[in-house]
Design a protein around this ligand. Sequence first.
Ligand code: SF4
Ligand code: SF4
Length: 465
Amino acid sequence: MNIVMKHLLSDPRIDFSYCMQCGGCTAVCPAASISDRYNPREMMYRLINKMDLMDYPLEECFHCYSCKYICKLGNSASDIVKVLKEEKSEREYREHPIYKTFYERGLCATPDILPPDKILDWGPSYERAWNAVKRFSSLREIPHDSMVDLQRIADLSEDKRFKKINDLEIPKKEIKTDKIYLFKSCFMDAQYPGATESMRYIFDKLKIDYLDDPRQSSCTGFAYYADLMPFGTMLVNNARNFAIAEESGYKNIATACVTSYGVLNECKSILDSGIGEESNKILKRVDLKYKGDVNVMHVFEVLHALRSKIKKKIKNRFDGLPVAIHYGCHYTKMFRELTIPNSLEDLVSVTGAVPVDYGEKDLCCGMGFSDTLNNRDHSRRIAERKLLSIKEAGAKVVISACPGCQITFDRNQEYIEKKIGERFDLVHLNYSQLIALAMGADPNEVVGIQTHSNPIEPVLEEFGF
Ligand code: SF4
Ligand code: SF4
C-alpha cells in the first residue's frame, strides 16, 4: 500500500475500498465540465495505481458531492480531495482574515471580510447592499467567556490528528418542531442578515420554543472547505457547539445554512464513530462534554413540518409567482439518505408561489468555497449555466436554502449578464424571506431586501406590497 492510500484509509472521513473506473463521477462533475486538467475518475485511477497526486489540480474541486451522490460504491472524491489538500497545506491559513476572525470573534465571516473595494467585480450594487448590511443590525458578538474557550479549543486541536476508530454511520435525524436550537450562519448574517431575521420572525409567529444562543460559534464549514481551517479545529469546535446545545436542553439543532447542515452532520457522524471520546479530552479543558444526543436538521425542514400552520398565517399571497428552487448540494448530495424530497417546493407553495422544473436543477451553484475568495470566474461559469436554465424555465425568483448559493447567484448576476450580453432579471431570496414577506413581515426592517444586489421591489410591486 502506498503512503497516500495508507494515510487516506486511516482518516475518519474516508470510506474507500475500490474504484471500478466507471466514470460516473466525471460525468456529473462540474469541475470536469469546465476543466481539461481535473476529473475525479482520473484522480481515482492515480490513487489506486499509486501515482503521485500532490501535483494534481485538487483546488479545482467545488466540493459539491455530486461524485458521492452518483458513485455506486459510495466513493467520495470530494472527501479524498479535502484530505489530500490538507497534506499540501502550509498553514498559511493562520494569517488569513477568515481564520483570524474565527480566532478573535468566533465567526468566520463578518461584513468586513468581503468589503466592496476588495471585490470590485460585484459592482456598484454590492457597495450599496454592503452599506445596507452594515446599517441593518448590530453584529453578532460571542461572549468573552465563550471566546476564551474557543481559542483554547483552536490551540489544542490545530495539530490534532484523529485516526479512524470505526466506520462512519449516517446520522439519525428526526424532524422536531419544539426545543429548537437556532444554528445561525455567519455568512448569512454578513451578507443577508434579513434571512436570519425572517427565520426568527416566522418562529415567533408560530410560537416555536427556540433558543437563539449567543455562545454558538461558526460551524467553520466555509473556512474548512476553503482550506482555511484545520480539520481538528472544525471537529472539536462543533463538538463544543453540540455540547452547549445538549447542556441547554435545546438538542434539536436547526441550521440556517446548508453548509452548516452538511458540516454538523459530518461532525456528528465522525464524533459518534468513537472519536467523540478523543474530542472530549480537549472539551474537558473547557468543562464541556459531548454526549452524542443532538439531532441535526435544517430550518426549512422544521417549517416544512409546520406548513399547514404557516398557511393559516399567510396575509400577502404570491399566487402564480414562478420560482426556481435550489436546495444546495450539501443538503441534497452529501447525505442523500437524510434528504426530504420536495420539502422546499411544498413549503414555498403555501405562499401561492409555483415551483417550476428546470434542466439544471441538480447542478451546483458554483460557489466552490475557495473560488468565491480567489477564483470567481470559475464560480461564474457554473452559475451562468444554472441561471440560463432557470431563465429558460420562466422563473422570476430563485429560492435558495443556503447563503453561499444566494451570494453566488445574486452578487454575480450583473457581471454574468454583462459578460454574455443577456439579462436574467432574476430576484434571489432565501425561502424564509419569501415566507416572512407572505406572513406580513416588514420588507426592510425584517426581510432586509435592501441588502440584495438585485432589486426585490419589482416582484413586491407586482403583488401589491
Ligand atoms: S469513484 Fe465511483 S463513480 Fe467514480 S469512477 Fe470510481 S466507481 Fe465510478
Ligand atoms: S465534489 Fe463536485 S467538483 Fe469535486 S470531484 Fe466531486 S463532483 Fe467534481
